[in-house]
Design a protein around this ligand. Structure first.
Ligand SMILES: [Zn+2]
Length: 153
């Protein structure tokens, strides 16, 4: 396993975000891929205990997306991590980004019903905070220039 990945996974914030991503992916998979073979998710983050003792149960396709997402989260160069939807660094490949968007759209509203109320509420609050922050910044810099963090990756 990559040493940097392991170090990142020591951070509470990183583990929490990855756990949430796993919970949301499991809700999505259960709702959309009930006809597929689904099993306990295996990955580097799972090995490091990011999902606790009960890793999310997902199909192979969702597992691939989730493995991609946990790496992106672990290697996010920004601290604190901005809310992904409002970040100026597009670290996700376009198709992964689209998959995650529609997955979150499905799972976000359902997360409370599945016992992930706290994760769901926190997610919604973070989204609102970031929307406000972006609006504030947009009001300050009307020319829309960004800080050019893409180069820092
Ligand atoms: Zn699935």
């Amino acid at each position: 396993m990559n040493e940097r990945f392991e170090q990142r996974l020591m951070q509470v914030q990183v583990r929490r975000d990855i756990k949430t991503l796993g919970d949301f992916t499991a809700i999505y998979c259960r709702g959309n891929h009930a006809d597929r073979t689904r099993r306990a998710f295996a990955s580097d983050a799972a090995d490091l205990g990011a999902y606790g003792r009960k890793p999310p149960v997902v199909c192979d396709e969702c597992a691939e997306h989730l493995r991609y997402g946990e790496k992106r989260r672990a290697y996010c160069p920004k601290d604190p991590k901005p809310f992904c939807a409002h970040c100026d660094t597009h670290c996700y490949k376009a198709d992964e980004s689209e998959w995650q968007r529609q997955m979150m759209r499905y799972s976000g509203p359902r997360s409370a019903l599945h016992g992930y109320a706290i994760a769901g509420i926190r997610h919604a609050m973070e989204a609102r905070t970031w929307r406000r922050e972006m609006e504030r910044r947009a009001a300050e810099t009307s020319d829309g220039t960004t800080t050019g963090n893409d180069a820092a990756r």
